[in-house]
Design a binder for this molecule. Structure first.
Ligand SMILES: [Zn+2]
Length: 287
């Protein structure tokens, strides 16, 4: 649910309440002629209470298969939570049909879809006992999953066996137990996408992109406790806007620890992380 959207008909940003008023006057004609104003998201939106008065006015995604992108600044915390829950529920359906979960980047301007897709996948598992299946193709369901919250939901779900449930990432198939790495781990495969997690401290620091001191403390330094992992840096404003990290101020510059999940690769020097998405804040979750 978004409060504002871009109107294709009048070519400007408008609130849902105003859009509804204009529809009652006949100045706006189509409830579906809107899109999300986050330029990275821009999914099609539909206005509620079209041609009539109502109590609450908002814009919802025009298709139930279209989600706001991970990190869209226009959705509420509860909607983002709902979204990752839907992703995880959908994932469990796919799992129950022996389908595959694909970890997918949330790339700007690419429509995020929760629809399962039937793909032609070879059923040849590589086992020499599966001669019957060699070369035979079967339809196997796979599902894209974007948000780190959905993976954390699956990992913490008692109905899912983390040893036998596999996730596909960049052509590799690994179990959930391989995907999630505790911060106390001493052995970590380098240059492989994983979700690192553990207790951490959040400290605000100030530096800008070229390393000069800036006035505002706008960067958080995340340090895992009793861990050899490198520190992670991200933008405080962006993190506080996003549902999975909006509790940042509860922990920032306090003695309290929070459980941090971070998705990315440990580079082979061992002293630097590389994020999975284009922005670090899309790959963080505070618990
Ligand atoms: Zn959006």
């Amino acid at each position: 649910m978004a409060e504002r959207a871009y109107s294709i008909e009048i070519k400007k940003e408008i609130t849902a309440k105003k859009a509804s008023e204009l529809s009652q006057k006949g100045d706006l004609l189509d409830s579906k002629n809107f899109y999300c104003i986050d330029p990275n998201c821009a999914i099609n939106l539909t206005c509620t209470n079209w041609n009539r008065r109502g109590k609450k006015y908002y814009f919802t995604p025009s298709s139930k298969d279209d989600l706001h992108i991970v990190g869209c600044t226009q959705i509420s915390a509860s909607e983002a939570k709902e979204q990752s829950k839907r992703e995880a529920v959908g994932a469990k359906e796919t799992i129950s049909k022996n389908g595959l979960i694909k970890m997918t980047k949330s790339v700007n301007k690419v429509r995020t879809t929760i629809k399962a897709t039937n793909a032609e996948l070879s059923t040849n598992t590589g086992s020499s006992f599966s001669n019957l299946n060699i070369g035979k193709k079967a339809k196997e369901e796979y599902r894209h999953m974007y948000s780190i919250a959905s993976f954390v939901d699956l990992f913490n779900d008692n109905d899912v066996d983390n040893n036998t449930q596999f996730v596909s990432i960049e052509k590799n198939k690994i179990s959930l137990n391989t995907l999630f790495i505790q911060s106390s781990s001493t052995y970590v495969e380098w240059n492989a996408t994983r979700i690192f997690f553990g207790k951490a401290k959040l400290k605000s620091i100030s530096f800008d992109k070229i390393g000069l001191k800036s006035e505002k403390k706008n960067v958080v330094e995340i340090e895992f406790i009793d861990s050899k992992f490198p520190k992670i840096y991200s933008n405080i404003t962006m993190l506080s806007k996003r549902a999975t990290t909006s509790n940042i101020l509860e922990y920032l510059d306090t003695d309290k620890y929070t459980t941090v999940y971070f998705r990315g690769k440990l580079l082979n020097s061992g002293n630097k992380f590389e994020r999975f998405n284009d922005k670090v804040y899309k790959d963080l979750l505070f618990f």
